[in-house]
Design a protein around this ligand. Structure first.
Ligand SMILES: C[S@@+](CC[C@H](N)C(=O)[O-])C[C@H]1O[C@@H](n2cnc3c(N)ncnc32)[C@H](O)[C@@H]1O
Length: 197
């Protein structure tokens, strides 16, 4: 299998409460629906999975931010496109202070900030890219190490985070329009497929 690539999806408002998701309104829970669409584009294929993609969510919404959720599909991950919301809800319910809890095979939750997660990936030797409409064209960017693609939710990455990201990540653009987060993930995966990364 090819080396694992990473997507890191940051949302300032995505709820950190399992209960908020149980009310069945993913939009009201800080647009968890957008997070789910992005994950689907990140790790699902038609009748298959992208087992070489690790998808990270950083949820910074109330009541207990930050939460780092990590999902990589492995043999026994009990996931289908229909029940991603339930998986995320269960992960939020099963958060245990002080540990990185593997709630389902390949699915973890812990309390860890956005930059802490990125710093750890850097220490592992990964190369960071911020998905940004004004960045260098993805098609022209050389990817030399294991890539990490960082993206925002419906509100985009906050200014404070973007400022710090400038020092550690290369901004790259997938095209001249402002796309949905999920569309951006699909385009990046497609480019990696062509390059066989
Ligand atoms: C729906 S967009 C955010 C829109 C938000 N109103 C803004 O102005 O940033 C969600 C995320 O997709 C990514 N994105 C959208 N269009 C892009 C593009 N053309 N190139 C690279 N990334 C893009 C960015 O990371 C953005 O934070």
């Amino acid at each position: 299998m090819k080396p694992t690539k990473h997507f890191v999806y940051f949302s300032s408002k995505a709820s950190t409460s399992g209960k908020a998701l149980s009310q069945g309104n993913l939009m009201k829970a800080g647009r968890i629906d957008i997070a789910i669409h992005s994950l689907i584009q990140g790790v699902f294929l038609s009748h298959d999975f992208r087992e070489d993609v690790k998808f990270h969510f950083i949820f910074n919404g109330m009541p207990d931010p930050p939460k780092h959720i990590e999902i990589q599909i492995v043999e026994d991950t009990p996931i289908s496109k229909r029940d991603v919301a339930k998986i995320i809800q269960k992960l939020l319910y099963k958060y245990k202070p002080g540990t990185k809890n593997e709630v389902f095979p390949g699915c973890f939750i812990e309390k860890k900030s956005f930059f802490h997660v990125l710093e750890e990936l850097e220490e592992e030797g990964c190369e960071l890219f911020t998905l940004d409409k004004k960045g260098e064209l993805l098609r022209e960017v050389e990817i030399e190490k294991t890539p990490v693609f960082i993206l925002g939710d419906q509100e985009g990455l906050p200014k404070k985070e973007l400022k710090k990201l400038k020092q550690m990540a290369t901004p790259i653009s997938v095209g001249p329009k402002m796309y949905f987060a999920s569309q951006v993930v699909a385009v990046v995966n497609n480019e990696l497929d062509y390059r066989e990364i």
